[in-house]
Design a protein around this ligand. Structure first.
Ligand code: CTP
Length: 243
C-alpha cells in the first residue's frame, strides 16, 4: 500500500500538503476518416468528479480529457485530447515529467498521482482515410476495417511510476473481480476501481476499490461525487477508504 513520506500519519495531525494530481477522463476517439471514428459511451463524469474533489482539497490538478461534454471544475488545468496516442503523450508529459512549462505540465518533477479514469479505446484503424470512406469502397454487402492495437497508457506509465500512486479503473461486465485483479498486476497499479457498464453516463455508481495487497472496499450506490472524494483520499491514507 503506498504511503511514501508517512502520509497517513501526517493527515491525522494537520491538513496534507497539496499534491500534483493527473486525472484522465472520457472516451478516446480514433478516426476512420474526416467524419467517422471509433469511440465509446464514456461520459467523463467520474474523472471530472475526481479532478473537482482533488482541486477542492487544494491539490494542483491536470485533467486530460477525451471528447466530452463536461464543464471544467474550478481551479483545474484541462488538456483536451482526441486519440489514445494523444492521451499517452499528454499523460507522459504531465505525470512522468517534462522540460516543458506548457499548460499541461508540472515541469520535470511530474505528478504525485495518476487517476486513469478514461475509457481508452483498445484499437484504432490501421489507416486513416484522408477523404470520406464511400460505400463503394467496401464490398457489395460486407466491408471490413483493419485495426491495430493502441498503446496501453496505464501499463506504459505504471512501469515507470516508482513510489507514486497510480489508480486504474476496470469496467467489467459481470462480476469481473479476477479480471480486475489481473489488470491491477499487469498494469502496475496500486489500486483498481472495479465498476460495471451501469456506471456509463449515470450519476450514481457501485464500485469495489481493490488494492495491490488484496484489500477490498465496496462503495454501493453512491454519487460519483462521493466516490471521487473517497478516491482522492487514497492518496493520504495507508489503506483503501472505509465506506
Ligand atoms: N487503459 C489504458 N490504456 C489502454 C486501455 C486501458 O491506460 N489502451 C486503462 C484504463 O484507463 C483503465 C484500465 O486501463 O484505467 C483498464 O481499462 P479496461 O478498458 O477495463 O481494460 P483493458 O486493458 O482495455 O482490457 P479489456 O478491454 O480486455 O477489458
Amino acid at each position: 500500500m503506498p504511503n511514501p513520506e508517512g502520509r497517513g500519519r501526517a493527515s491525522r495531525t494537520k491538513p496534507p500538503a497539496p499534491r500534483r494530481l493527473v486525472v484522465t477522463a472520457g472516451p478516446t476517439r480514433e478516426r476512420i476518416d474526416p467524419v467517422r471514428y471509433l469511440s465509446n459511451d464514456s461520459s467523463g463524469k467520474m474523472g471530472f468528479e475526481i479532478a473537482r474533489a482533488a482541486a477542492e482539497r487544494g491539490d494542483q490538478v491536470i485533467l486530460i480529457a477525451g471528447p466530452v461534454d463536461q464543464k471544467t471544475p474550478p481551479g483545474v488545468i484541462r488538456v483536451d485530447v482526441e486519440s489514445a496516442r494523444d492521451m499517452l503523450g499528454a499523460v507522459k508529459t504531465a505525470f512522468l515529467g517534462s522540460e516543458s512549462r506548457a499548460k499541461g505540465s508540472f515541469g520535470k518533477k511530474g505528478g504525485d498521482a495518476l487517476f486513469m479514469a478514461a475509457a481508452v479505446g483498445d484499437w484504432r484503424p490501421k489507416r486513416r482515410l484522408s477523404g470520406k470512406w464511400r460505400a463503394k469502397d467496401g464490398g457489395d454487402e460486407v466491408a471490413s476495417l483493419e485495426l491495430v492495437k493502441n498503446p496501453d497508457i496505464l501499463a506504459t506509465v505504471g512501469r515507470r511510476k516508482g513510489s507514486r500512486l497510480v489508480v486504474g479503473f476496470a469496467l467489467e461486465t459481470g462480476s469481473g473481480l479476477k479480471r480486475a485483479m489481473a489488470k491491477l498486476n499487469r498494469k502496475s497499479a496500486d489500486f483498481i476501481v472495479l465498476n460495471n457498464e451501469t456506471a456509463l453516463g449515470a450519476n450514481r455508481t457501485t464500485v469495489a476499490i481493490l488494492g495491490k495487497d488484496g484489500s477490498r472496499v465496496n462503495i454501493t450506490n453512491k454519487t460519483k461525487r462521493d466516490v471521487a472524494r473517497a478516491l482522492v483520499q487514497l492518496h493520504y491514507s495507508n489503506s483503501a477508504p472505509a465506506e
